[in-house]
Design a protein around this ligand. Structure first.
Ligand code: 0A1
Ligand code: ZN
Length: 894
């Protein structure tokens, strides 16, 4: 099929209410991997609010066998992939429509619609996968009641699941059986799901605060059951948390999670039947790291929280995607923080979230795929499941939370549900409820202006200039804002930017803040910047202070202030705001890195001044700071983050400078790293809590630093110790950290360790993913990574068809290892273009994610820039590209 030229952009402004409603859907599936038959009986009626129109149903790769209207045959026509019924009865009476189709799940490599993974049927319908199952009004504002009957061979598919409650089941002829499910809630088609196969479940009965009984189930393949305890605990915590924090209870008798190893994304919130990538369900101490455990908790939370924010109230159209995603990410972030407990652990989570935002979303917002949190147009909606919609969307919700306060936010949520439960609504409806519930708040005061966060793309810059008047004891702070042009948006209007701030004395102590005209003082304050430039004057400031601005990263902006090194060192040693304390260290590291990157001299061995190294030592040796926090402060900014600070990017120069900085820290803090490993290196019986996870993380960093230093000195004692730790480890975190230290430092022992690791875990796909990713992500030594990756593609365990495996090898190399990928001979780019094309024929969604890896090509220095452009052009030249990949490469070439 020639797909070229079919791509037309969908515009938000073109939204029209549907001409028909679908009130009920009764689906009967005869499940067969080679040919599944689907009978779809719908009760539909005209939408009286819009002029009478034909019924146009969406379909995709379906075989149509029969259409009946009110029990009789009918005429119909096809318009592209749509089924059009023009002669439906007039008037507003309900119409019974029956459609009989077949599809081929075992040929479905896109993993959208109904597909087979390891002999089990799964569905993925968001955003437009339901039309690959049957003809339908496949749009989120059409909400229907579903009844689903599944029929299949009982031996091959003993477990038959769909949304809602099981109302009937039993045996049929010829070794077949059936199950009938009724979902008590109406829902859009993207939340439909079915699962059929050989699965087993961990079960848990719970009683809600309201006293209702519920059954929680986590379904996995036999053999994986012992890896589901953490997911089940996370689910129970999620249920309790949503009741306690927002008064939102589980609205179903039964809530199911099912894991599959073939999944395009992380997980999916289908009503009552969440389907998960195994990566976010399965966790045991011997196969999963602390990070994996934390991810399981947050993704289980995320999908569960969608039950209210997404499912009970859904999106009117896909331009409103952030309505559910931004809000639900905000909720899962808060959940993880509340679960972490201590203020320090909360700060660690906040820093991790901001790191993702700044290293992935800020570049997106400055590149060819820049789009507002509520986009205005798209060609392929699957390309808009982005960090802007998710993470920036969550920051926009977080700003609302901060502008109305915690209690005010809870009130806003209550009003949002009171107004819109059961509806498909817009981002505007959400902010309106927040503002209306908090009429005296700065959000309500600046509501229309605040909404620009939804409509304007790009990361604003806030520039701060300050002046201290010793005689008058006043401190004058001027904040100005600007936002660079993005595709299709040249002029930007000022945003509403909450800037939380404090002032430190020269000794680092907190100074009281008293705005001129205020009678009382506080230690921290939120300034609300609404104009292009605004000035605040503080009185009774006894000494020239160090400003601590944008505390807790109170807005998703770039903050510019001309700090001197001494001021940043003061913050690094003393700031009571943990975020800014960490940020001061990052600012210093970036400052020194950029100086070295931009100089013409060969990369020096001492990029970092002694004072900074000493300050880092003080943090590392600090008597009371948590290990997890220390680990974040001691971690250098990533190459990607450094690249974002530059107009012209030489990836090899950045890599060389960062490696030099890392080696400097390894060597000059050698004794301290040894102390850290000694102090934090044994956490006893395994528990994935934040405190012991933090210790393992810091010990892992220490071991890596010791191995790096050892590689240079030629003394391989630490390599031996790392190998020993690798062999003896009682959990995957320590084991994998030790293996990584060997691999990243280029130790001779890396090879036998990798072999041993593979042998130990050859039957654990998620661990084998780590094994591939580690080798593809390791430090390049003389261009050896690309040949290794090509060799690994031939490994019997490798498959491009499995998204997790493709990501572990191909993405780890192309998108996460800049020092190895950006080669002067362009071989990395050639490899990238070949894999994008190869993947596109299998799974366009995964291919287009890989295609995004070249978004920032136009910033590259020569010869990379020309070579990268050529590689993208080679992909774009392919005539039958998917819409997914075509949209990405077209935008990239601009
Ligand atoms: N709504 C899911 C994300 C998701 C989106 C698309 C998918 O298939 C193409 C799958 C999952 C979430 O936010 O978790
Ligand atoms: Zn989501």
């Amino acid at each position: 099929m020639l797909r070229e030229g079919q791509a037309t952009a969908i515009q938000r402004a073109d939204y029209q209410a549907p001409a028909w409603w679908i009130d009920t859907v009764d689906l009967t599936f005869d499940l067969d991997p080679a040919k599944t038959r689907v009978l779809n009986k719908m009760r539909i009626r005209r939408n009286a609010d819009v002029p009478a129109q034909a019924l146009r149903l969406d379909g995709d790769e379906l075989n149509l066998a029969r259409v009946m209207v009110n029990g009789a045959g009918t005429s119909f026509k096809m318009d592209g992939s749509q089924l059009v019924l023009e002669n439906l009865p007039e008037g507003n009476e309900p119409v019974e429509l029956e459609i009989f189709t077949t599809c081929t799940p075992d040929k479905n490599t896109k993993l959208m619609g109904l597909y087979v993974s390891e002999g089990t049927f799964f569905t993925q319908c968001e955003s437009e996968g339901f039309r690959r199952i049957t003809y339908f009004l496949d749009r989120p504002d059409v909400m229907a009641m579903y009844t689903v009957t599944l029929r299949a061979n009982k031996d091959a598919f003993p477990v038959l699941l769909s949304n809602g409650n099981l109302v009937d089941s039993g045996d049929l002829e010829d070794g077949r059986h059936f199950a009938k499910w009724v979902d008590p809630h109406k829902k859009p088609s993207y939340l439909f799901a079915l699962v059929a196969g050989k699965l087993v479940a961990r079960e848990q009965k719970i009683k809600s605060r309201a006293g209702k009984d519920h059954l929680l189930q986590v379904f996995v393949r036999p053999g994986d059951l012992e890896k589901t305890e953490h997911a089940m605990n996370s689910l129970m915590h999620s249920v309790a948390w949503d009741e306690a924090r927002f008064g939102l209870s589980l609205d179903l008798d039964r809530f199911m999670i099912v894991a599959t190893s073939d999944f395009n994304m992380g997980a999916m919130e289908n009503k009552g039947l969440n389907i998960f990538n195994t990566k976010y369900v399965l966790a045991s101490q011997s196969t999963a790291t602390d990070v994996d455990f934390a991810n399981v908790e947050s993704v289980v939370g995320h999908e569960y929280f969608h039950n209210w924010t997404g499912n009970r109230i859904t999106c009117r159209d896909w331009f409103q995607l952030s309505l559910k995603e931004g809000l639900t990410v905000f909720r899962d972030q808060e959940f993880s923080m509340d679960m972490a407990g201590t203020p320090s652990a909360r700060a660690v989570k906040r820093i991790e979230d901001v790191r993702v935002l700044r290293t992935v979303q800020f570049p997106e917002d400055a590149g060819p795929m820049a789009h507002p949190v509520r986009p205005d147009s798209y060609i392929e909606i699957n390309n808009f499941y982005t960090v802007t919609i998710y993470e920036k969307g969550a920051e926009v919700v977080r700003m609302q939370h901060n502008l109305v306060g915690r209690e005010g936010f809870a009130k806003g949520m209550k009003l949002y549900f009171a107004r819109h439960d059961g509806q498909a609504v817009t981002c505007d409806d959400f902010v309106q409820a927040m503002a209306d519930a908090n009429p005296a708040s700065p959000l309500a005061q600046h509501l229309e202006q605040f909404k620009r966060w939804y409509s304007q793309a790009g990361t604003p810059t806030v520039k701060a200039v300050a002046q201290y008047d010793a005689a008058a004891q006043t401190y004058t702070l001027t904040l100005s804002q600007s936002c660079a042009a993005t595709a299709g948006q040249v002029e930007k209007q000022p945003f509403v930017i909450p800037v939380e701030m404090g002032l430190l004395g020269q000794d680092g102590s907190a100074l009281p803040l008293q705005l001129q005209g205020d009678s009382a003082s506080t230690l921290s304050k939120t300034l609300v910047l609404t104009q292009a430039e605004q000035t605040w004057v503080f009185s009774n400031v006894a000494q020239s202070p160090v400003p601590s601005l944008l505390r807790g990263f109170s807005a998703p902006v770039v903050l510019q202030y001309d700090f001197n090194d001494a001021e940043l060192l003061t913050q690094l040693a003393h700031d009571s705001d943990s975020f800014n304390r960490w940020e001061a260290g990052q600012r210093l590291a970036v400052r020194y890195a950029l100086q070295a990157i931009q100089s013409d001299a060969p990369v020096a061995a001492n990029v970092l001044p002694a004072a900074f190294v000493h300050a880092l030592r003080d943090v590392l040796r600090h008597p009371t700071l948590d290990a997890a926090y220390k680990d974040l402060v001691l971690a250098l900014p990533s190459e990607a983050y450094m690249a974002e600070q530059l107009d012209v990017v030489d990836p090899q120069r950045i890599h060389a400078v960062r490696e030099s900085m890392r080696l400097q820290l390894a060597q000059s803090l050698q004794a301290d790293w040894a102390w850290a490993l000694e102090t934090y290196g044994d956490t006893g019986a395994y528990r994935p809590d934040p405190v012991s996870s933090g210790k393992r993380a810091l010990a892992g960093s220490a071991l890596l630093m010791l191995c790096l230093a050892a590689q240079v000195s030629g003394d391989t004692v630490w390599h031996g110790k790392a190998y020993q730790r690798f062999k003896d480890a009682g959990n995957m975190t320590d084991r994998f950290n030790a293996l990584s230290a060997l691999v990243h430092s280029g130790a001779e022992l890396a090879k036998p360790a990798l072999e041993r690791f593979h042998t130990l875990f050859k039957n654990e796909p998620l661990v084998i993913d780590k094994w591939f990713a580690l080798q593809a992500g390791t430090c390049d030594r003389g261009g050896n990574v690309l040949p290794a990756v090509k060799q690994l593609m031939k490994h019997p365990d490798f498959s491009l068809k499995n998204p997790n495996r493709a990501r572990s090898l191909i993405f780890s190399y192309c998108s996460a290892n800049p020092g190895a990928f950006h080669r002067a001979d362009a071989a990395g780019y050639v490899f990238w273009s070949e894999r994008v094309l190869e993947l596109d024929a299998i799974n366009p969604q995964v291919a287009s994610r890989l295609a995004r890896g070249m978004d920032r090509w136009s910033k590259l220095a020569q010869p990379y820039r020309t070579a990268a452009r050529e590689a993208i052009a080679r992909v774009a030249a392919k005539p039958d590209l998917s819409n997914d990949v075509r949209e990405i490469v077209t935008r990239a070439l601009g």
